[in-house]
Write a protein that binds this ligand. Structure first.
Ligand SMILES: [Zn+2]
Length: 253
């Protein structure tokens, strides 16, 4: 039986530095000399054990994407972009295959409304000992209006989003096409931060694995709708078709 709740240790949570809101806090990921518990490295990319394991019955790791606080998936040169995503996906799948967890989640928070606490570009890979995230989703969440399809990788905008209003999905059927997935992730993040809505400074990127497919979901973040918070009713925008058209035009898709 899977558990439903993740238990959060508030005492550990209170010790965490919050560089995303407090710019004076020293960045723990820039201080590379003092990084402890390094699990793997590739060039400037480092996977470490999370120093603040706030989630009980989990194994929390942090994938530090670059040496400096500056930069984001939307601006990385292609080679670095491909390295970050293929390294992350490989480490995530390795943890899944270890059989030690009911499931492993892989995600990224960016910006003040994303729920993240540390500004430095990073992602998280977390092994869940008692929860299978697949119990909480429907395949419908990844269906949508197609923006582009290249090298067997699909980029769409959800017609049945998990939360709403806009959710972008990138669906990969063959692991050999990770670079195409990375290109679509970069375009989507760039679109979200620069062209989608002038007030958008935050997004989440989530990865899911099921049915021999890997899916990335990018959700631009704003204040969450009360209708979702109170009633779990997701909302979908009537602007979706217009967003598809705009996205295609800007990036020649
Ligand atoms: Zn930093």
């Amino acid at each position: 039986m899977s558990s439903v709740y993740l238990h959060f240790n508030t005492r550990i949570g209170q010790q965490k530095p919050e560089s995303i809101v407090n710019k004076d806090t020293e960045c723990p990921f820039c201080d590379r000399q003092n990084l402890k518990d390094i699990l793997a490295e590739k060039g400037s990319i480092i996977l470490v054990k999370n120093k603040y394991p706030v989630l009980q019955d989990t194994f929390q790791t942090v994938l530090i994407e670059t040496e400096s606080c500056a930069g984001d998936l939307s601006t990385y040169p292609k080679e670095h972009l491909y390295n970050v995503l293929s390294f992350g996906i490989n480490k995530w799948l390795e943890m899944e295959k270890s059989g030690e967890y009911q499931s492993v989640i892989f995600f990224k928070n960016h910006g003040p409304k994303s729920g993240g606490t540390i500004f430095h570009p990073h992602m998280q890979i977390v092994g869940l000992k008692k929860i299978n995230y697949r119990d909480n989703f429907k395949k419908d969440y990844f269906e949508g209006l197609v923006i582009s399809k290249k090298n067997q990788v699909e980029l769409n905008i959800s017609t049945k989003p998990r939360v709403g209003f806009f959710e972008f999905n990138i669906i990969l059927s063959a692991l050999t096409k990770v670079e195409q997935m990375a290109d679509f992730i970069q375009l989507t993040v760039h679109y979200v931060l620069n062209n989608f809505n002038k007030n958008c400074d935050s997004y989440n990127l989530f990865f899911y694995e099921f049915d021999n497919r890997i899916i990335a979901k990018i959700i631009p973040r704003f204040i969450t709708s009360p209708i979702y918070i109170g009633y779990s009713i997701p909302q979908v925008s009537n602007r979706s078709a217009e967003v598809v058209k705009e996205f295609k035009e800007i990036y020649n898709l």
